[in-house]
Write a protein that binds this ligand. Sequence first.
Ligand SMILES: O=C(O)CC1=CCC(=O)O1
Length: 96
Amino acid sequence: MLFHVRMDVHLPPDLDPEVRADVVAREKAYSQQLQREGKWPHLWRVVGEYSNISVFDVESNDELHELLSGLPLFPYLTIRVTPLATHPSKVPDPPR
Ligand SMILES: O=C(O)CC1=CCC(=O)O1
């Protein structure tokens, strides 16, 4: 199941710089592990914003919720999830 996910990051400006660096480093490691596992196939920066547009490829709503709520940045995120379905006009991917 594919999900479009927008994450807007709201780190408090007065957050201790060491705490900030730690949570950002843990977020990077967590996201890169999920990318390697194929569960987070797209991660894009939104131009001019501290936000990303992502696509997750997971088995269920519950799995997506588990992955998102495990994000180290989760307490600082506004997350909007859009479930994706196949468009009827989509040309099939060529065989590999
Ligand atoms: O910077 C962001 O958009 C939040 C984030 C998601 C994965 C990551 O490493 O940072």
